[in-house]
Design a protein around this ligand. Sequence first.
Ligand code: G
Ligand code: G
Ligand code: MN
Length: 250
Amino acid sequence: MHGEIVPYYQPIVNGDTGGLYGVEVLARWKHPKSGFIPPDVFIPIAERSGLIIPLTKGLMAKVVNQLKPLLPKLPDGFHIGVNISARHINAPSFIGDCRVFGKGFQGKEVKLVLEVTEREPLIDNPHLVENLNTLHNAGFVIALDDFGTGYSNLLMLSVLPAKELKIDRSFVSGSHRSEKDAALVEAMLLVARRLQLRVVAEGVELSEQALQLTQWNPDIVLQGMLLGMPMPQQRWLVEVLGEPDAAAKI
Ligand code: G
Ligand code: G
Ligand code: MN
């Protein structure tokens, strides 16, 4: 792939206090001629070709470089989420790649979240469960992304050492007005409570949605347009951390 893969950061905030909970790292491909190519286009290709492994490793290294100098300004226990493909989890290098990522933040109080995505069936390979267990025991947070759709389902919750559940935005978008979506979101919140999982609501666009979700579960954390779109490090520094001077120096 020519051009550069760069990390964008989307803020994630606590529903009840509005305080900063963390960020999700989202890959962006800056093509020298075509401009930005969306991840929906290049991620599936990278997954099929195996390039997703060096791509994710490279992204992790950039995230360490960009966020490490900011850590003193971030809240304790700041969550940094990266999307991980099944293909990578099954690869022999996976545990090592994650440990290198973790070492990058050594001595700092951050939580690294591995967001497991659902495009491919996840449990076909026994090493996958084993690898995720190893990383869970090493202090990584395993999150099920796009929960409620595709392969991100109750069986995955049963088999994987997940500690975080990210409710897919298709349920969140109707949760404040549709009885049906509300019932489904409430059912997911109940499952999460029984299993003691943190819940992230994805794709929150309206204050009515944020209000409703927080009423249901005050510990919920929110991600979406209402709280902030994915943005490059420089803009993030200014808009989220209020650090125009730091941004100017980078
Ligand atoms: O912003 P958004 O268009 O960023 O992302 C679209 C899709 O691409 C999402 O499903 C997201 O999970 C996926 N995606 C974005 N960045 C990465 C990445 O670094 N790795 C993987 N595996 N998926 C990613
Ligand atoms: O599948 P995953 O949750 O990793 O993907 C995150 C995707 O959601 C990215 O494509 C990001 O740009 C997009 N996104 C973030 N906030 C919103 C939102 O409020 N509404 C919609 N429709 N998409 C969003
Ligand atoms: Mn994700």
